[in-house]
Design a protein around this ligand. Sequence first.
Ligand code: ADP
Length: 771
Amino acid sequence: MENNIKVLPLIPLRGITIFPYMVMHFDVGREKSILALEESMLNGQKVFLAAQKEAKVEEPEEDDIFQMGTICNIKQILKLPGDTVRVLVEGENRASIKDFIQKEPYFKVEIEELRDIECVDNNKCEALLRSVRKAFDEYIKLSGTIPAETIASLDDIESPGRFADVVSSYLILKQEKKQELLEAYDATERLEKLLIVLNNEIDVLKVERKIGIKVKNKIDKVQKEYYLREQLKAIQEELGEEDEDKKEINRYKNKINKAKLPKPAKEKALYELDRLKNSGSYSAEGGIIRTYLDLVLDLPWNAETEENLDIKRAREILEKEHYGLEDVKDRIIEFLAVKKMSSSLKGAILCLVGPPGVGKTSIAKSIANALNRNFTRMSLGGIRDEAEIRGHRKTYVGAIPGRIIYGLKQAKSRNPVFLLDEIDKMSNDFRGDPADALLEVLDSEQNSTFRDHYLELDFDLSDVLFITTANTLDTIPRPLMDRMEIIEVSGYTTEEKFHIAKEHLIPKKLKEYNLEEGKIDISDSAIYLIIESYTRESGVRSLERKIASIIRKAIAEMVEKDKEKISITVNNVKKYLGSVIYTYDKANTVDQVGVVMGMAWTGYGGDTLPIEVTVMCGTGKLELTGQLGDVMKESAKAGYSYVRANADKYGIDVEFYKNKDIHIHVPEGAVPKDGPSAGVTMITAMVSALSCKKVKHNVAMTGEITLTGRVLPIGGLKEKTLAAYRAGIDTIIIPKDNEKDLLKIPKTIRNKINFILAKNIDEVLDNALNK
Ligand code: ADP
């Protein structure tokens, strides 16, 4: 069939789509549209209606209007108050815009009228028709918005295309879906699309209905409960009984009045109580208010323990509860003495830094004990969110107070010792920096009015004694570190560990397991064996675990085999703890060429680090094998260059780099080691191997090296010395700049070792190599 070309005024529609055969009215307000309307009234009362792609566009351009629209007959025009006109139209036919003939003062378009392509396959068409009819029936039932007569009127329609258009005009759909249906001018395609749309809508309506039923049921239940409760109240009133709600409110009121709350806290509590009264205790809101009130009532607003600043007693307690740690104890006593003298020291904060298990937490507990303060702790490890410290705002679902307030609730007094563990392990992300919140907590200027977001009340933290702990100072935020007084608690020697085990850990465990004195006896040598062969750590935590384990196993044996007493000696430790886990390098007993004892410092304490060098004929290669980290490889290369540059001085063939291969090997130990302090050891081993001078077997060394041969200072001298001593070394060469650290080494060991202080590598070689 020939399609007609026509020219008609166009009115862009906002948010509506008109199908052929559809009768509807809409309001026209835009001047351009009114002019188009007037024009069409003058010329045949026909107008072309096409939808805008975006309803909100006020002045649409060509591209903002869909191509496909409907030619309509204007049936009626009604002037409304203002400049608006209401138009009643009837859709006639689909048409598609070919060209915009004029844009001002109104749109005029050339359109091609499209006749429906009627169905070719009649069976398919019939099947589609029936399915659409059935689906539409269901849609009508579910939506309940279309009058039942509509269905009857559909029966008269014979043309499938028309049928689809009429059904489409009844559906409540999104505009793009309507447009899609309008654009299908092939009747079969239109029916197919309509069927899909209908089925989709039916699914949505079903879900909607389900939700509706559920919500209704819930409301019914709540209403029923409410109704019953009201009845109950009435009955109770009749009987002269107080209802539960009132009882609860009175209970809270009494508590609030008795609790000696500061004025703002009391006011806030009463305000919340009022809200509780109004919201009813069974509501969700009621639950939130009750939790809040309980917290306010539980906080130690005024409760405090009487501080004991008797320094002598404090010293006794620290001595009694901890072995060794002399300088730590001195520093703490000093701190307490100053505190006693000047009340201005209110906000001073101690930070105990050291490896795990050296007693940081237990020292803090002792301080609490000595001062007669309660003790509470929180771990800062892994905290990333400021709210964990300062609380969530109450508007936040599931809000809880921050850990500071929570800790105080547990402390039960407003002046506890508050331990903030692992201050070096905090991190931050987009939720705010916890370090900032912590700064506020620790700042004595600000913390008398610390405000938790959840609590919404100021709490005075100025009488809390904060103590923090850290494994390392490197990761503590600088502003925090500036607030704190740092006390280092370093690792223990075997000797110290022995005393800690014998005098503290074993008696503590025996008491924990309720064992009478003498039932289980651990010999001194067994203790040493456990320390040296079953643990490798700076502190005593795993030692404590091993002791607990050995005692538990001994108890089991006592019970099982009916024994009165068990003695643990070197000979039967293995029976309880299994095979030895760690072994230590022992120093050589003879002087050798190319073998030097170095020293390393690892997370587990100090260790020895033997280095071996051999020289063979070759082409000047430097081979590195064994356990060398990147830093140690650099040291080896720097050492090699130094030896090449100074070969002459040490009586080494200057051509060695052409005809000798050098192989440096670092035997694998139990613990990985890396660091710059093996520099001197590498050079000594190379010089020894190349000059064939033997290295003294009783010497160990440590030091970083520069290309000019200067020896630079190193860290962890105490731990390294302990390791060398354990290996049987009696002479240790250390950098001159580390002289000050010698004092940190226990006297017993310092007296047994000959320390040589070296400024440059020549001094090292002079003392390490045989002449
Ligand atoms: P940290 O907090 O440094 O990781 P802990 O305080 O948890 O270490 O100490 C671990 C265990 O070792 C505790 O049972 C503690 O009592 C004990 N301990 C550590 N050092 C000593 C010491 N010098 N004297 C007595 N016991 C100690």
